[in-house]
Design a protein around this ligand. Structure first.
Ligand code: GCW
Length: 716
C-alpha cells in the first residue's frame, strides 16, 4: 500500500476540513447538509427528479430552493423533468396539478386555505410521486421549505399526507430599527437596512433575510422602531421602503411601518394631530394613498401611542380607539391594517403598572374598526424572564388581539446568554384564561378561534442585525426560528421545534441532538433562576437591562426595582391580591383565585402576586429565604452544567461554531454569578438570614458587585 506524502495528507486534511467546516452561522437553518445514512439511500431512491410548474417569481424562487435543497441533502445532481416520472417531486398550484394526479385531493387543498400547502405521496399514471401543492404561489413556496425541512430532519417521506396552514394571518417581525442604523434593544450589530445607500444600492442580505423568513412562514416585516421617526413617511424614505418591499414581495412578505402619531405636525405642517380633526384625518388619508402609490400591497401601521413619552390621541383628550380608528379608516380602502399596541402605563396614574393596560382598553372593547388589531405583550409588565400571561387575553372579546413576543433578549442576557425562548412562548400560549370556561387558552384568543375573529396575528420583536451570524448569539437563531414556527402552528412543542432547529443547523448526530436539546430546554429556567426566581421581576440594571440591579431606586418610580420587589424587613414580593393592588382580580375565575390564594399560587408566580415574610414556609418545607437562595444558586449551577454539556460536543460540530458558543457560555457563567451574588447579598440586607450552609458564599461584598460595569460581562 502506498502511503501518502506528508504534504498530500496536509492538503487533503485542509480541503477536508474546509469543506466540512468553516461555518460562521450565516446560512442559518438553511444549510442543506448531506443527509446521514440510512435515510440518504432511501431519499435517493424516492427522489429521482424535480418538476415545478412555474409562472411567477415566487415559483421561480420555490424551484431554485427545491433544487438547492435536494441537491445539498442528497449530495447529487438532480435533474428537472418536463413530465412526471417515477420518483418525481412535483410542485405546483392545485389548479395546475388536478389532472396530473390520480387521487382527488381537492378536500385537502381546501383545508390548506390561502397560504397553506399539501404535501402528499401520490400516483400519476401508475408512477409514485411526491406532490407539493397549494392554492397560492406563496403556499407552494412554504410547502417546498417544509418538504426540505422533512429531509433535513430525516423524516420518512414514503407515505406523506400533510396538510398545513397557518394558525394566524399576520406573522410579523417588529424591527426596533432606527433610521440612523442603530437598533433599540438590538444585540447583533446594526440595522440590516442601509437607509443611506437605499434606494440606489441594495444588499444581497435583503433577499437572504426574506428567504429565511419565508422558510418559517413569516409574512410581514415592520421595518422601523415603534419609537418612530416621523421621517419614515416622507417621500425620501418611502422610495427606500419601496425597494425593500419589492425584494420581499416574491417571498410573501409584506412591509409595514411604525408611525409616530404626531406625524401630521412633525412632517405635515399641521398644528394638531387630533384624530377627530378633519384636516388631520385628511392628512392621513392622503399620506396613506401616497404610501400605497409606492407599495401597492403595503401591510399597514404599527403604533406605540401614549406610552413612554410617545404622543397619542390622549394628548388631545381622545381615546386609543379614536386614534386607531382614524388610521384604520385611512388604510381600509387599500386593505391595510392597524396594529395598535397596548403597552401603555403612566407613572402619574396611581395604579399598579400591571393593571393599567387592561384598565385602559377594557372600556374600549367593541369600539375598534374591523381592521384594527390590539398588539399585546405576553405579560403585563415588560418581557421579563417570567411573567404570568397578560390579563388582556380573553378580556377584549369583541376585539382581535395579537401577541407580541420579544425575540431579542433584552432582559434575558442579550447576545451573551444562551436562552431558548420557545418554552417561554409556549408557557403563555398554553395558559388557560378561562374567559369562556376551561380550555380558553391564550393560543385560542390569538388564533381567533375563541371569539371567531378572522383577523389574527403574532408579532416578534426581532433579534436580527448586521452581524454575520444574523442574531449575535448563534442560539439567537433558534429563537427567530421558534417564533416563526409557533406563529405558523402554536400547537408545536418546544422540544419538537428545538429538534428541528438542531438537525437543520448543526447535525443529526444523536449525541449532538440530545445534548443540545437538553441545553436548550433547560436554558430558560436557568435564566429565570439566576435573574428573577419565584416571581420576582424588573430587578435588572437601569437602562442597559443586562446585569443585576435590585438596588435601582432612582428616577421614576415604576422604572425602579424597589417598586417591584418591595423587599423590607418583613419580607419580599408585590401584593397583587385583593388585599393589595388586586391585579389578580383582572383575571377570570378560577385563575384569579388561583393566583390570589397561597395554597394554589404556584412557586413561579409567588412573589409576583404576594408579599411574604422571609420565613414563610414554602411547599418544600423550607423558608422563603432559603428557597430564594437555592433558586439563585441552582441558576448558576444550571449554566455550569450547560457548559459541561456543550464542551462534551467538542469534535462533533463545526469548530468555529463550537468555540463561539463555548466562549459565550463562559461569559454567561460569570454573568449568572454576578446576578446571583448581587441579588442574594442585596436581599440579605433585609432578611438578615444566613445563606444556607451548603451553598458557597459570595467572595465579595454587595458594594463590590454593585460597582461592577455590565460591559465587562458581555461576551466579546
Ligand atoms: O421593553 C421596553 C424597552 C424599550 C421599548 C419598550 C416598548 C421600544 O426597554 O426600549 O421601546 O419596551 O416595547 O415600547
Amino acid at each position: 500500500m502506498k502511503s501518502k506524502s506528508t504534504l498530500e495528507s496536509i492538503i487533503f486534511l485542509l480541503l477536508f476540513s474546509f469543506s466540512l467546516y468553516a461555518e460562521d452561522g450565516y446560512k442559518l437553518w438553511l444549510d442543506y447538509k448531506k443527509a446521514p445514512e440510512p435515510v440518504l439511500t432511501q431519499y435517493r431512491q424516492q427522489i429521482k427528479n424535480l418538476m415545478v410548474i412555474k409562472g411567477s417569481s415566487t415559483l421561480d424562487i420555490a424551484e431554485n430552493e427545491l433544487f438547492k435543497g435536494v441537491t445539498g441533502i442528497l449530495e447529487g445532481h438532480i435533474s428537472a423533468v418536463q413530465n412526471v416520472e417515477e420518483g418525481t417531486v412535483l410542485a405546483g398550484k392545485f389548479t395546475d396539478l388536478q389532472n396530473v394526479i390520480e387521487n382527488d385531493f381537492s378536500d385537502k387543498i381546501k383545508l390548506a386555505g390561502e397560504e397553506g400547502f399539501v404535501i402528499s405521496s401520490e400516483q400519476s399514471d401508475g408512477k409514485n410521486i411526491t406532490v407539493i401543492s397549494a392554492n397560492s404561489d406563496v403556499g407552494i413556496l412554504y410547502g417546498v421549505f417544509h418538504f426540505l425541512q422533512l429531509l433535513q430532519t430525516g423524516k420518512d417521506i414514503s407515505n406523506l399526507d400533510i396538510v398545513s396552514s397557518p394558525k394566524v394571518k399576520i406573522r410579523v417581525l417588529n424591527h426596533w430599527d432606527n433610521l440612523d442604523g442603530s437598533i433599540e434593544r438590538g444585540y447583533a450589530g446594526n440595522s440590516l437596512w442601509d437607509w443611506e445607500s437605499l434606494p440606489g444600492k441594495t444588499d444581497p442580505r435583503y433577499t437572504d433575510y426574506a428567504r429565511a423568513n419565508a422558510s418559517i412562514g413569516i409574512n410581514g416585516s415592520v421595518l422601523n422602531n415603534v419609537n418612530a421617526n416621523p421621517a419614515m413617511l416622507t417621500p425620501e424614505y418611502l422610495e427606500k421602503v419601496k425597494v425593500l418591499a419589492d425584494i420581499f414581495r416574491p417571498y410573501g412578505i409584506k412591509v409595514f411601518l411604525s408611525i409616530k402619531f404626531s406625524s401630521p405636525v412633525n412632517i405635515g405642517g399641521l398644528e394638531t394631530a387630533d384624530p377627530l380633526e378633519p384636516t388631520v384625518q385628511e392628512w392621513w388619508k392622503n399620506k396613506v394613498r401616497e404610501v400605497y402609490s409606492y407599495i401597492p400591497d403595503f401591510g399597514g401601521f404599527l403604533v406605540k401611542a401614549n406610552s413612554e413619552g410617545q404622543p397619542g390621541p390622549q394628548n388631545y383628550g381622545r381615546t386609543h380607539a379614536e386614534g386607531a380608528n382614524m388610521l384604520a379608516d385611512a388604510l381600509k380602502p387599500f386593505g391595510g391594517i392597524v396594529m395598535w399596541r397596548a403597552f401603555v402605563y403612566d407613572n402619574n396614574v396611581p395604579e399598579d403598572r400591571a393593571k393599567q393596560a387592561l384598565n385602559e382598553f377594557k372600556p374600549l372593547d367593541g369600539q375598534f374598526r374591523d381592521n384594527v388589531l390590539i398588539q399585546v405583550k405576553n405579560g403585563p409588565i415588560d418581557f421579563q424572564p417570567r411573567e404570568p400571561f397578560h390579563p388582556i387575553f380573553g378580556n377584549l372579546p369583541k376585539t382581535p388581539v395579537m401577541m407580541e413576543f420579544q425575540i431579542t433578549q433584552e432582559y434575558l442576557g442579550q447576545s451573551t446568554d444562551l436562552c431558548y425562548l420557545a418554552p417561554m412562548y409556549k408557557e403563555v400560549l398554553d395558559a388557560d384564561t378561562y374567559a369562556k370556561g376551561k380550555g380558553s387558552t391564550v393560543a385560542k384568543v390569538i388564533d381567533g378561534t375563541l371569539e371567531g375573529h378572522e383577523l389574527t396575528g403574532m408579532a416578534g420583536v426581532a433579534n436580527t442585525g448586521s452581524d454575520r451570524n444574523w442574531t449575535g448569539h448563534l442560539f439567537g437563531q433558534s429563537n427567530w426560528f421558534a417564533f416563526g414556527r409557533l406563529a405558523w402552528n402554536d400547537q408545536l412543542s418546544s422540544e419538537e421545534i428545538a429538534d428541528e432547529w438542531i438537525k437543520m443547523t448543526f447535525s443529526s448526530d444523536p449525541k449532538v441532538v440530545t445534548t443540545i436539546k437538553k441545553i436548550m430546554m433547560d436554558s430558560r429556567e436557568n435564566s429565570v433562576n439566576y435573574m428573577t426566581p419565584l416571581g420576582l421581576h424588573h430587578i435588572m440594571g437601569m437602562s442597559h437591562h443586562f446585569g443585576p440591579g435590585p438596588w435601582v431606586s432612582r428616577g421614576r418610580a415604576d422604572w425602579t426595582s424597589l417598586y417591584y420587589h418591595r423587599a423590607d424587613s418583613f419580607g419580599i414580593g408585590f401584593d397583587r391580591t385583593p388585599t393589595g393592588s388586586n391585579a389578580t382580580g383582572q383575571y377570570f375565575k378560577p385563575v384569579a383565585d388561583k393566583f390570589a390564594n397561597l395554597k394554589t399560587c404556584t412557586d413561579e408566580y409567588l412573589l409576583w402576586f404576594h408579599h411574604l415574610p422571609w420565613n414563610y414556609k414554602m411547599r418544600s418545607g423550607k423558608t422563603l429565604w432559603d428557597e430564594l437562595c437555592l433558586h439563585y444558586y441552582a441558576g448558576v449551577e444550571g449554566v455550569k452544567k450547560m457548559q459541561a454539556e456543550w464542551n462534551s460536543l467538542h469534535g462533533r460540530i463545526d469548530p468555529e461554531e463550537f468555540e463561539f458558543v463555548k466562549n459565550r457560555i463562559e461569559a454567561q457563567v460569570k454573568l449568572a454569578e454576578w446576578w446571583r451574588n448581587s441579588c442574594v447579598l442585596y436581599f440579605q440586607q433585609f432578611s438578615k438570614m444566613p445563606i444556607p450552609e451548603e451553598l458557597e458564599k459570595p467572595t465579595e461584598s454587595l458594594q463590590y458587585y454593585q460597582k461592577l460595569n455590565y460591559r465587562d460581562f458581555e461576551a466579546k
